[in-house]
Design a protein around this ligand. Sequence first.
Ligand SMILES: [Zn+2]
Length: 416
Amino acid sequence: MVSKERLMERFTRMRKFTGEEDGPGIYRLAFTDADWQARNYLAGLMREVGLVVREDAFGNVIGRWEGADPSLPAVMFGSHADSVPNGGNYDGVLGILAAIETVQSLKEDGFCPEHPLEAVLFMCEESSRFGAATLGSRAMLGELSVDDTRRLKDKAGIALYDVLKGRGLAPDMLGKPLYDGEVKAFFEVHIEQGRVLEHEKKSVGIVTGIAAPTRFSVKLQGNADHSGATPMALRHDAACAAAEIVLAAEHFAAAEQEPPAVATVGVLQIAPGVMNVIPGGAELGVDIRSIDAATKKCVAENLKDAVSEICGRRGVAFEIVPISDERPVAIRPSVLDFLDGICREDGCSYMRLPSGAGHDAMHWAERVPTGMLFIPCRDGVSHNLEEYAAPEDIVAAARLLERVVRAASRKNVTFA
Ligand SMILES: [Zn+2]
């Protein structure tokens, strides 16, 4: 059975792996001493619970339980343990500790899986150190090249390539998949990092898809005329055009319901930025997300049309500069139904919801049946030292993962 005491004791242990000199909260940037110590602790736990532990050229750690038939594809589950600067002790940590607890609990119950089980710790999930996220999963799947590791540098200018070498790893092996086995299904439990579950008073969320951002900037050029001498009808005010664009982004995203979309203008600069001059220039940074690519595209296209209409009407010149356009991933209906069944059997209160944040699971979801479960975190706060998940929710997450793995490890459970 899942042990609350054991789990909570391990959360307390994980809290100690932080660069103390770096201030409050958890400071466990990828491949730093704190991160490496946490990794060694977790690999030790995997051995302790009876897993055969191996690491790959990027430092990802896999603990394997052969099961009744080692030739079958593995059921894989896990998460990451690195953090953002001054972050929390739950983001990622929940997923890897729940994975280890699942194995320990199944072993104690005398359970024998038919498919092999693999608990996995992914390295470098957060983008905080090298400016790119989920690097461990990408390396495992062959989506990270040697050139990438030379190009990606931290604030001190140290290349990921050299950091990997420094840890005795083998960055020259990257470019082809480091994981050469077969995976039947991948599962990850994680804190929500939003406040939907808390708001809906549900203890568990079944993730329906993982959103990915489309980002572009909009540059506006009007006329920076005198604020006193220019009548309203003769103005080409870039800030007014920007204001309309902000509201248009809100309008078009809110109009998408099933599946939903979100749009945010998180950057808005106006020039010259003085009280007695009409804003002649403006620049907006737009971020649009949905778990559905077509929905996201629809919001982006509507917004771009609106920019053209608003600027035409106001006599303001514009330029739209693309920044990124990433693929969202959908969770397969067969996995959603499977997780529904698990939650019903467990008796927990649950709902389906999209993930606005990216996770290691999104790379697996494109290749193998993949499922994600969320638990609430207080006030939706994450990537912050105030991050908190209640012990009873943590235990529920581990209990559900144990049920998921138990069921998925059976030969007669298949995913379309
Ligand atoms: Zn995370």
